[in-house]
Design a binder for this molecule. Structure first.
Ligand code: AP5
Length: 207
């Protein structure tokens, strides 16, 4: 968990790889439906472009279908889910026979840094890797360094919508963070540190 721009997407697949499980980002799932112009994708886009959460029923269905697949029986990493109390209650209920989620990793950083990252972010259309215009991009190359895919700016990464998303996170998702803190599952990581340090701290928190 963490506000927009804290580094969830940057870190989730790396942790999953180290733990030898799969990861999923709710936002990426919605964007993949948008690319394919499915009914769900068209519906999700109307909320995402305004910086609002997609309705619980839709977010819960798409993630729970992924979670309960037999392929995920040895574990998984969720990026960006749960964000509301209803989502957390549904996830906790589904996983209660396994003792609930093992860990909730919270990454956070100051708002000015979050906005700087979001408004400078470039994302790969094919593999969803993220870059920042200020760094980790070779200057003559606007293609993904991992898969050569096309880099683009997300429509919700302009400063007005980015700030709205951060506010919504603080308003809606802080009660979910508190819930996991109260039941002793939460580990907090300083997302303002360099990416390698964040990755190391996250892995230590999981292990
Ligand atoms: P989603 O795609 O999940 O967006 P988000 O939560 O707003 O988070 P971001 O992807 O913007 O940020 P991130 O934390 O992953 O940062 P990143 O690693 O890319 O969701 C989009 C929308 O879908 C939502 O607004 C909502 O509408 C809907 N949605 C999703 N889940 C939902 C749910 N459960 N319920 C309802 N609706 C839902 O990093 C950002 C940038 O910073 C990158 O350029 C990166 O290179 C850079 N960076 C990362 N770490 C560092 C570091 N340590 N130092 C310097 N730069 C860094």
């Amino acid at each position: 968990m963490g506000p927009p721009g804290s580094g969830k997407g940057t870190q989730a697949s790396g942790i999953a790889k180290k733990l030898n499980v799969e990861s999923v980002s709710t936002g990426d799932l919605f964007r993949s439906h948008q690319t394919r112009q499915t009914e769900l994708g068209i519906l999700a886009a109307t909320y995402m472009e305004r910086g609002e959460y997609v309705p619980d029923a839709v977010a819960i269905k798409i993630i729970m279908d992924w979670v309960v697949h037999p392929k995920r029986s040895k574990g998984f990493v969720l990026d960006g889910f749960p964000r509301t109390k209803t989502q957390a209650e549904t996830l906790d209920k589904e996983l209660c026979r396994y003792g609930g989620v093992d860990r909730v990793l919270l990454i956070d950083a100051p708002e000015v840094e979050l906005v700087r990252r979001l408004t400078g972010r470039l994302s790969c259309k094919d593999c969803q890797a993220t870059y920042h215009v200020d760094h980790n991009l070779s200057s003559n190359n606007r293609k993904c360094e991992k898969c050569e895919g096309r880099l683009y700016r997300r429509s919700d990464d302009n400063s007005i919508v980015a700030k709205k998303r951060i506010q919504l996170y603080r308003k809606e998702t802080s009660s979910v963070v508190e819930h996991y803190r109260e039941i002793g599952k939460l580990k907090e990581i300083n997302g303002a540190e360099p990416m390698d340090t964040v990755a190391k701290n996250l892995l230590e928190a999981v292990e």
